[in-house]
Design a protein around this ligand. Structure first.
Ligand SMILES: [Mg+2]
Length: 171
């Protein structure tokens, strides 16, 4: 059970994830979270750096879909200027949105990596749906109320994973 919360990889930010290294691992598609993964949860639009990250993925032929548990207005406002498919109110960690995104991208799950800042939604959801997963450090320390509760459980899980020697980074 605990292993379901274990990401395949852990990075400081999305900018450590480049299309070349993804392709080496056989990855052709990315399903990414929005809030605190791409930008701060209270930041409406992509920053220039995020924009160029999306452009590099596109140039290298990596498909990207944004899936978020947040509401339509937020996810649409952010995603539309990027011209990327998105799913709002995804209800992660439920599988449905992940499966739909994979189907729309036309890729098998083993060729897709799920990227996100939350163990309980992004990593747990991605793992149980059969994707590779990358955990990123949340962009800002603050969170929406619902997430603050999840963070407490997350810290508990991270500590247990650490005690079992399953993670090699500093929590
Ligand atoms: Mg998030």
């Amino acid at each position: 059970m605990l292993r379901r919360f274990l990401p395949d990889q852990y990075v400081r930010s999305i900018f450590e994830i480049n299309p070349e290294s993804l392709k080496e691992k056989g990855i052709k598609g990315v399903i990414t979270d929005l809030d605190n993964t791409l930008v701060a949860w209270n930041e409406a639009h992509a920053t220039p750096m995020v924009l160029s990250w999306f452009n590099r993925m596109e140039e290298e032929g990596i498909d990207v879909t944004i899936i978020s548990n947040n509401k339509k207005a937020r996810v649409e406002l952010f995603s539309q200027p990027l011209n990327k498919p998105y799913i709002h109110k995804a209800r992660k960690p439920l599988k449905r949105a992940f499966v739909k995104a994979a189907k729309d991208m036309g890729l098998p799950r083993k060729e897709i990596v799920v990227i996100g800042d939350q163990l309980l939604t992004d990593i747990f959801g991605g793992n149980r749906a059969g994707f590779q997963t990358i955990l990123v450090v949340p962009i800002v320390e603050t969170d929406e109320k619902i997430t603050q509760f999840n963070r407490k459980i997350e810290r508990y899980i991270l500590n247990r994973l650490k005690r079992k020697g399953l993670i090699k980074w500093e929590v």
